[in-house]
Design a binder for this molecule. Structure first.
Ligand SMILES: Nc1ncnc2c1ncn2[C@@H]1O[C@H](COP(=O)(O)OP(=O)(O)OP(=O)(O)O)[C@@H](O)[C@H]1O
Ligand SMILES: [Mg+2]
Length: 362
């Protein structure tokens, strides 16, 4: 179980110098608008990913008029230190310099839900792939390496197509066909595992709340045309050879795992027809299933929930929290008001944020 025991934040957005000792279970951060709730969630996310879910610009993250920010956390017995300025980045885990950002997520696996990241149901294919692949990455150890190789091969193919080097394409087609097959299979296996989790006791707890959940369904879309068997490298390879003339005209590869997506249905109805409330609720169900599957695979993520109380009524929030608490994981949740406290969730550590100053409530 990943637990942030201590967290120090320095000059990150409006959080000037903070040191907190979160509780092992639910941590609730209460503040009115613009006090620093999302900034706190973003700082924790940054520690687990070495990037933000809101911006690519470092300047936006460093406190106005200053040079750098620092994040420092003790996660179980390990220490992550991250320092960023325009000139340099310094990230260490237990004083050893970080080689790959993916090592961070092994020490501090995170699952986030926030409107800032967009909801998955009726979301963009890019957003769907991002939620999907984050899950696959945690349960399939080969996935990240295959994914990187795939993107390298894709880049090479696009360069060759641009330069009209038809002869040299075939070897790369073979390579990308094999990698595609592995990626498609890993994604499909993960979806199958999610569906099994869906039918488990944990999700049936949620069905009390989300009436129509029984008929909630999703399907993997591989990114290849229907005529291709996406789980057979040879079928992909033959398709690539056959379509070469079209690709040389288009000058880029328009099919493959980089175009994959998910389709969601409720009562056989396609996602675009669902109400915003249904889309939101189903997104949360999907996301909770992902968390439950991670836990089943012995990866206890730290869960970040920002800004959803304004989107959902208190009973729904209570059910979500109850579900997560059963999984025995550490949760960081923000709220604008005191409503959630009235339901008196168990094992809760409450903090207030006032103009960037976080204080624990006794
Ligand atoms: N780089 C920065 N330096 C200093 N302050 C910043 C920086 N970036 C953003 N801010 C400010 O930090 C404050 C807190 O922003 P944050 O998004 O954390 O608020 P919030 O508590 O989540 O509010 P809301 O309830 O509206 O979502 C805002 O006033 C914002 O303008
Ligand atoms: Mg916010």
């Amino acid at each position: 179980m990943a637990v942030i025991q201590k967290l120090a934040i320095t000059q990150f957005r409006n959080l000037n110098r903070q040191y907190i000792k979160p509780g092992k279970h639910l941590n609730l951060f209460i503040a009115s608008n613009a006090q620093g709730k999302t900034s706190l969630i973003e700082a924790i996310y940054y520690l687990g990913h070495n990037r933000s879910f809101k911006t690519k610009s470092l300047k936006e993250l460093i406190q106005f008029d200053l040079e750098k920010f620092q994040l420092d956390a003790q996660v179980n017995e390990q220490r992550i230190k991250l320092e960023k300025s325009k000139q340099k980045t310094n990230i260490t885990i237990d004083q050893l310099r970080l080689k790959n950002s993916s090592d961070l997520s092994k020490v501090l696996p995170i699952q986030i839900i926030t409107p800032d990241k967009g909801f998955i149901v009726n979301g963009t294919p890019k957003n769907k792939r991002s939620y999907l692949d984050w899950g696959v990455f945690h349960v399939n150890l080969d996935f990240l390496a295959d994914f990187k190789k795939y993107h390298k091969a894709l880049k090479n193919i696009n360069v060759l197509l641009m330069q009209q080097k038809s002869q040299e394409l075939d070897d790369w087609f073979l390579e990308i066909a094999h990698l595609s097959k592995k990626i498609n299979q890993a994604r499909q296996d993960y979806i199958d595992q999610l569906k099994q989790t869906n039918s488990s006791q944990l999700i049936s707890d949620l069905s009390n709340l989300f009436k129509a959940i029984d008929s909630f369904d999703y399907q993997f879309v591989s990114g290849w045309p229907k005529e291709v068997d996406a789980f057979e490298a040879d079928s992909i390879y033959q398709y690539l050879l056959k379509s070469k003339p079209f690709m040389l005209k288009a000058k880029y590869l328009n099919y493959g795992p980089h175009k994959a997506s998910l389709k969601f249905y409720l009562n056989q109805q396609e996602e675009c027809f669902l109400s915003r409330g249904e889309q939101k609720t189903l997104s949360i169900v999907f996301w909770l299933t992902q968390v439950a599957l991670m836990v089943k695979n012995n990866i206890q993520p730290v869960v970040l929930i920002d800004d959803i109380s304004s989107e959902l009524d208190p009973t729904k929030i209570q059910t979500i929290l109850h579900f997560l608490q059963q999984l025995n994981i550490q949760i960081f949740m923000t709220d604008i008001g005191e409503n959630i406290l009235k339901t008196n969730p168990e094992n809760t550590t409450v903090f207030r944020i006032d103009q960037g100053v976080i204080s624990q409530q006794q």
